[in-house]
Design a protein around this ligand. Sequence first.
Ligand code: ADP
Ligand code: MG
Length: 361
Amino acid sequence: MIKTEHLSKKFGNLTVLREINLQINEGEVISIVGPSGCGKSTLLRCLNLLERPSGGSISIDGIDILDPATNVPKIRQKMNMVFQSFNLFDHLSVMDNLTIAPIRLLGKNSKDAERKAAGLLAMVGLAEKAESFPDELSGGQKQRVAIARCLAMDPEIILFDEPTSALDPTMVSEVLSVIRRLAKNGMTMIIVTHEMDFARDVSSRVIYLDEGIIYEEGSPAEIFDHPRKEKTRAFIHRIRSIGCHIASPDYDRYTMNAEIEAFCEKQILPSITRQNLILVVEEVLRAFRPALENASIDLTVAWSEKKERLEVAFDIAGTPANPFDESLAPSEQVSAVVRGLLQEVDYLQADGRSRLTLSLN
Ligand code: ADP
Ligand code: MG
């Protein structure tokens, strides 16, 4: 239905979209997620020609829409957009907001346009508000009017740009319910959202946008449960981390512990977690002490807000024995106390390097 090839967009020297190759089929619900400023809005705005792409192509049903001969209003009607800030006409009643474009742009007569509008308002739960003005409505109601107004143009595709991010938390679900219903009815939609749980259960496909490209895409289960790339993982799990480079057995443990403490404090972790973490790190480094004589270790401590879990990884240039191997001499192993603090232990060796990953209870 929609296909972009090598789509790019620059603003002056700033390259926002480098190379977007996207294909969307009828009935698909695509969620686009990614850090703020990565170009999600720009992509939607390029698709319905609110921005002129700098390069590449966009076709809809096989027709090149960047052709100068394209009927732009017709494209926007086919691919209508719902904005974060509603963009209702404040001086018009709800009914008039819904009928003005069908009458003026589609040439509908006002009776038909009003009949259709009344049906759409009922569908979004606002039949009673036809004669109200936008400033008499809550944010959630305004956004539902904006969705009904979008549907009044009989679009084939709806683009949603963070439809709930301007709303009070109490009003998010009423808007999401309406979008869910559209998805159930088979509407083709592209939704930019930060509502991860919603994206997970409404989408057929999830796109993670970063660095100007489709950095990773897949089913909701693939993206949310098993992202393949580190950056996607960090975004999805909202992982925050710190790293320390440990170059020798005489590393400055006071500085390192202070950094770990500061990190834990920033994540508002309880002091017992902080103490446990430091104990785990010290013991593992003690067990790796012989390895540190001729190799360095990179330590990463990461807190995943989503999983509410603290992870520590030790990357070692070398292949020392696993300090969790119970067949080693007791002095080369970590203590039972430290084992008891851990939920998962994973030791991987490949290409002369080792990685020990631990997650704390
Ligand atoms: P997102 O929606 O992912 O948060 P945007 O698409 O809004 O990101 O913006 C991507 C980048 O492009 C940002 O750095 C933003 O400042 C820049 N940008 C967006 N629109 C314009 C514009 N009209 N002129 C110049 N820079 C812009
Ligand atoms: Mg945006």
